[in-house]
Ligand binder design. Structure first.
Ligand code: UD1
Ligand code: MG
Length: 447
């Protein structure tokens, strides 16, 4: 796809003091993905020429990790040493880009992760008819956003920060989302004129509206949904954004034909994939990297992370499927079963109370209740292999490393520490002795 002549600038150097967290604000997760990565995900759908991120020292330390999530992009990081305001941050990005500034620029915030490509496109398209376009929204509740001052003809004059606004300006309900598109050929000249003559002694990017108007450039605003431009400043706001994101992921799933019996109690991740005709029962958690095939039922209280589940499976209730697990088609993983780093072949059933870790199991095998793969000796992890059509009786301990072949039968209650060949029966438990009238004899102290 051809790149747009578009430069994206993501401002993400703010301190995030109100998060009261050791982790930088923009690295807090929403739907299991860092907010900054979500913004980059949205940004790259526009296929821009370049993306520049203005970050603090704390975020810069994560730059390789962030880049690894977007290997196809050439992300440029700029350190903003002193937080002197959004205007100052934008200037740092422009200086970093040098000659690489495209014809159109879009400013995004690293803490505003719900922005959609449709809305960004809407704002950018205004640059065909003006030099600066602000994404604005009508607010219902009181808030501290900057206010758009519009004259009687409906022309945007300037933006006043809430803390600098007078009483009548504070009553205006047209707010600045912070997202704005700027003509790439004009941005440098405009940003260089921003000063810090205001109550906070900060360089406000929003001043470029006033500067542009006074330089006979055209400015405009475009209304967007408040829900898409909500920012995160505290853990409470993070939870509100999480809930909005979850709602939109759930809607998308249901529109694609997944039945969520109780959507509010289904937790999804940004990358969850669920096939057709699946039914997700109440209280299910899907962590990162979950792919579920068609016709699967995930029953209540199941917790699944980084795992692939094939078609026609029934999982749970109360199943825990941990990372690096692959469950093939037609499997049943029942209650209180934990699967970790395991390949489970087609049609295999592990129905109750088992731990299966570091394990390969073939097709159509049956793992009885309470079976444990003993994979860890306190120092190292070892592998268990079970072939096709084997039956492991209930309450067996399989001491790894161990290999059990095809068509094997393992007697219930066995502790197995020697390999079992194809077709063999293995029993490893103490022999039972039945003593005739033993109960009576015992009570008469005959032993
Ligand atoms: C800003 C806008 C305000 C708007 C609001 C929307 C200005 C002056 N004000 O205010 O009109 O209603 O956003 O949320 O632009 N940042 C830096 N470096 C800095 C300062 C900020 O990178 O020196 C980044 C922050 O990480 C954040 C974004 O810029 O992603 C906005 O900064 P923030 O301090 O939250 O601005 P607001 O006061 O909310
Ligand atoms: Mg803010």
């Amino acid at each position: 796809m051809q790149k747009q002549s578009l430069s994206l600038i993501i401002l993400a150097a703010g301190k995030g003091t109100r998060m009261k967290s050791d982790l930088p604000k923009v690295l807090h997760k929403v739907a299991n993905r860092e907010m900054l990565n979500l913004v980059i995900d949205a940004a790259k759908t526009l296929n821009p020429k370049n993306i520049t991120l203005v970050v603090s020292k704390d975020v810069l330390a994560y730059q390789n990790d962030i880049k690894s999530h977007h290997p196809e992009l050439d992300l440029r990081f700029v350190l903003q040493k002193e937080k002197l305001g959004t205007g100052h941050a934008t200037k740092a990005a422009i200086e970093k880009m040098g000659q690489d500034i495209a014809d159109k620029c879009l400013i995004l915030y690293g803490d505003t992760p719900l922005i959609s490509s449709k809305t960004m496109t809407q704002i950018i398209s205004n640059l065909d008819v003006c030099d600066v376009c602000i994404a604005a929204f009508e607010c219902v509740n009181a808030n501290m956003y900057g206010r758009l001052i519009v004259d009687k003809q409906g022309n945007l004059q300037k933006i006043v920060e809430f803390k600098d606004a007078n009483d009548s300006e504070k009553k205006i309900n047209l707010c600045n989302s912070g997202i704005m598109a700027i003509n790439g050929k004009k941005i440098s000249g405009l940003v260089n004129k921003i000063n810090n003559n205001n109550n906070s002694q900060e360089y406000y990017l929003t001043d470029i509206v006033d500067i542009a108007t006074n330089s006979n450039l055209t400015v405009s605003y475009s209304k967007v949904s408040e829900l898409e431009v909500l920012g995160v400043n505290s853990k409470v706001e993070l939870s509100q954004i999480e809930s909005l994101k979850q709602d939109s992921l759930r809607q998308e799933m249901m529109q694609n034909g997944v039945t969520l019996i109780d959507p509010k109690s289904t937790f999804l991740s940004f990358d969850s994939k669920i096939g057709k005709n699946c039914i997700i029962y109440p209280n299910v958690f899907l962590g990162n990297g979950v792919e579920i095939g068609d016709n699967v039922e995930i029953k209540s209280f199941s917790h699944i992370e980084n795992a692939q589940i094939g078609k026609n499976c029934i999982i749970g209730p109360f199943a825990r499927i941990r990372p690096q697990s692959k469950i093939a088609d037609d499997c049943k993983i029942g209650n209180f079963v934990e699967i970790k780093k395991a390949n489970i072949g087609i049609g295999t059933k592990i129905n109750h109370l088992s731990y299966v870790g570091d394990c390969d199991i073939g097709k159509n095998s049956n793992i009885g209740a309470g079976t444990i793969t003993c994979n860890y000796d306190g120092k190292n992890k070892y592998k268990t292999t079970i072939g096709n059509n084997s039956f492991i009786g209930s309450n067996c301990s399989l001491i790894a490393p161990i290999s059990i072949g095809d068509d094997c039968l393992i007697g219930a209650g066995s502790v197995i520490n020697k390999d079992v060949d194809n077709g063999d029966l293995a029993i490893a438990r103490s022999k039972q002795i039945n003593i005739k009238d033993g109960v009576k004899k015992l009570s008469k102290n005959k032993y």
